[in-house]
Write a new protein. Structure first.
Length: 226
């Protein structure tokens, strides 16, 4: 085989890899153990019940060591997450489980990794106080949409969902496209009143659910066009 042919094959392989999506968070083999993970989560955390709507998603992330609980034996599913906490969850869920907190600011390592993955803009100067503020639903949608950028999108289909979101026009223009991408893929959903509530915060249970849906297409919500 000539050097030219070898280079051509390498380029094809690199193209395939660059266009692939992130791996599902749970393998077929691990799915067999989800019931065990759910039982363990209920037994370990006093505020997780067998009928908790988020049980499966939280149990999977606990099993993967992407999230953990508190020393008092609770998980605090209703506690809202900060931007730094959500960034850590996303970065860790993408396989970067060996990253360690930085000495000067614990989240710096995860923020820098997110920038390397192009989930955050390197030129966007943010302070520690900004990262310690609560993650909003619209900011969450931006990060999630950047993770799944290689999945491919139907722009016309995305735009068609805008009319289904009652408060779509109230969103910041920089966020609208990202919200529609994540919404059309069934990763994020609106509220029962038809609004998305972009400025609302994100709880630990909601964050876990979003991340599982981000990585596992089979776990995504079915969005019916109204």
């Amino acid at each position: 085989m000539t050097k030219k042919n070898i280079m051509a094959i390498m380029m094809i392989v690199l193209t395939i890899l660059s266009n692939s999506t992130y791996l599902n968070i749970v393998t077929a083999e691990e799915y067999k153990d989800i019931d065990t993970l759910k039982v363990e989560a209920v037994q370990k955390f006093s505020d997780i019940k067998a009928d908790s709507w988020f049980l499966k998603n939280v149990a999977v992330l606990i099993g993967k060591k992407i999230v953990n609980g508190y020393d008092d034996g609770t998980f605090k599913p209703g506690e809202q997450v900060t931007k730094a906490q959500f960034i850590k969850m996303v970065v860790t869920s993408l396989g970067n489980i060996d990253l360690m907190p930085a000495e000067d600011y614990w989240a710096r390592t995860y923020i820098q990794k997110a920038q390397d993955l192009e989930l955050l803009n390197k030129t966007d100067e943010k302070t520690r106080e900004n990262y310690e503020s609560l993650m909003s639903r619209e900011d969450m949608a931006v990060i999630i949409s950047k993770v799944i950028v290689n999945e491919g999108f139907d722009e016309n289909l995305e735009k068609s969902y805008a009319s289904d979101i009652k408060d779509y026009e109230s969103m910041d223009s920089d966020h609208k496209g990202y919200v529609l991408k994540a919404y059309s893929k069934g990763i994020i959903t609106g509220y029962e009143d038809g609004e998305f509530k972009p400025k609302n915060g994100l709880t630990r249970a909601e964050a876990a659910t979003v991340i599982v849906r981000m990585l596992d297409q089979d776990a995504r919500a079915v969005i019916l066009k109204k």
